[in-house]
Write a new protein. Structure first.
Length: 113
């Protein structure tokens, strides 16, 4: 698994919505970019999801993460985020309302789940 940083690209399951990343730790960087830790990908704005129509709702916010937090690697007590990250969004219908890492954008550091 590869460690996710603020340089990574996360998108909704419709592959168009871009998730705005905000980091909560400032201690550890990879290639100058802060590493994401637990809760960083949750409750974030999503821009440009094209799933909206009269019967659907575009993804506008990430909700909880279902998988992707390391059980072994931590920063200041918080599990780091790995590239197997997957969570849900507020989009409807829920079948496509998920989010995941599209591009990690670093190849220097990997870790175990």
């Amino acid at each position: 698994m590869i460690v996710v940083t603020e340089a990574s690209v996360l998108r909704c399951g419709h592959r168009t919505g871009h998730i705005k990343l905000i980091t909560s730790q400032a201690l550890v960087r990879i290639d100058g970019k802060l590493i994401l830790v637990r809760d960083d990908p949750e409750h974030r704005d999503i821009d440009w999801c094209d799933n909206g129509s009269p019967t659907t709702k575009s993804c506008q916010h990430t909700l909880q993460v279902q998988t992707g937090y390391s059980a072994l690697l931590r920063i200041d007590g918080q599990p780091i985020v790995l590239d197997n990250l997957e969570g849900v969004t507020d989009g409807f219908p829920p079948a496509g309302a998920s989010f995941q890492v599209q591009s990690v954008n670093q190849a220097l550091v990997s870790g175990d789940a």
